[in-house]
Design a binder for this molecule. Structure first.
Ligand SMILES: Cc1cc2nc3c(=O)[nH]c(=O)nc-3n(C[C@H](O)[C@H](O)[C@H](O)COP(=O)(O)OP(=O)(O)OC[C@H]3O[C@@H](n4cnc5c(N)ncnc54)[C@H](O)[C@@H]3O)c2cc1C
Length: 263
């Protein structure tokens, strides 16, 4: 159920004659920062133009590495792609949440400017969705775990698909909802998209249906309501593990439960 995170180097594919072939391992490249958008007090969108773009699937991630004072080599971290791979994949967006005391995320989220260059390598990962996997889908995220789901939702919209998707999104409060305005607009526009918010530190707010951490009861309610056949879970490891167990106990085939842990 889990996907390889930091160490995958090659993407498998199949040749015209059906024999397995390894795609060349992605190489480090210097991307141009062409957009910086503050999404919430702690999360920033970085838009990067890639000199050597590679086709990717929604849900995949890049590694980004930066020099860190006192370290002999650059330090790398994984960041999911927020933008859709269609119609173009030469510009990719990331949603970076500043983790206090962290080595890399504070630099990316708070100090990076348009005109900077960032060293990136990718795409990687098997936590992917495209129309061939079908649906209906239950997407469960907390905090920056929503990033790969934005790629999936934006992709489905760009392609004109109508696979039902229900996003359960846990945030501290309304102020911390990443992509808040865009999610509201998309939900109003698209019949196939439902967004359910839960706020963990704002017990009164009417913008959320639930006011607690994601738990088994919530997952059961939304699984029944969405009629999901596939589930994707992304975010902190404890939340991901709780949801994996709950979904399988509630009857989903483990093969249809995909997870990505941001540890
Ligand atoms: C596949 C994948 C995709 C991801 N996608 C995203 C994404 O889209 N957006 C996103 O924001 N994140 C994402 N992440 C998480 C991201 O890769 C980083 O883990 C995150 O940004 C923190 O990195 P950092 O260098 O800032 O923190 P780190 O330096 O790794 O530190 C992490 C935390 O540990 C604490 N810490 C560090 N050292 C110590 C110590 N010695 N003692 C005690 N505490 C310590 C720090 O204070 C900090 O709070 C993803 C992770 C994976 C695996």
């Amino acid at each position: 159920m889990e996907t390889e995170a930091r160490n995958s180097n090659a993407v498998s594919s199949v040749d015209g004659d059906g024999s397995p072939r390894k795609a060349p391992a992605p190489k480090w490249q210097f991307a141009d920062v062409i957009g910086v958008v503050a999404e919430t007090p702690e999360t920033t969108t970085l838009r990067l133009a890639l000199p050597e773009p590679t086709e990717f699937t929604s849900g995949q991630y890049y590694n980004i590495r930066i020099p860190v004072e006192g370290r002999p080599r650059p330090i790398q971290r994984a960041y999911s792609i927020a933008s859709p791979p269609f119609p173009k994949f030469d510009v990719v967006e990331f949603g970076i949440k500043e983790m206090e005391g962290g080595l890399v995320s504070p630099v990316l989220a708070k100090q990076t400017k348009v005109g900077d260059k960032l060293e990136v390598r990718g795409p990687y990962g098997a936590f992917v969705w495209s129309e061939d996997k079908g649906g209906p889908l239950l997407l469960i995220s907390a905090g920056s775990g929503v990033v790969p789901f934005m790629s999936m939702i934006r992709y489905a919209k760009a392609k004109g698909l109508d696979v039902p998707m229900h996003l359960l999104f846990s945030s501290k409060s309304a102020e911390y909802v990443i992509y808040s305005a865009e999610l509201d607009e998309l939900e109003a526009e698209l019949d196939w998209l439902t967004v359910t918010h839960t706020f963990t530190r704002d017990p009164q707010h009417s913008g959320a249906r639930f006011h607690r951490r994601i738990d088994r009861e919530m997952v059961a309610e939304l699984l029944a309501e969405s009629g999901a056949k596939l589930a994707y879970i992304c975010g902190p490891p404890e939340m991901v593990e709780l949801c994996e167990v709950a979904l399988v106990e509630l009857g989903l085939d483990p093969e249809n439960v995909y997870s990505e842990k941001y540890d």
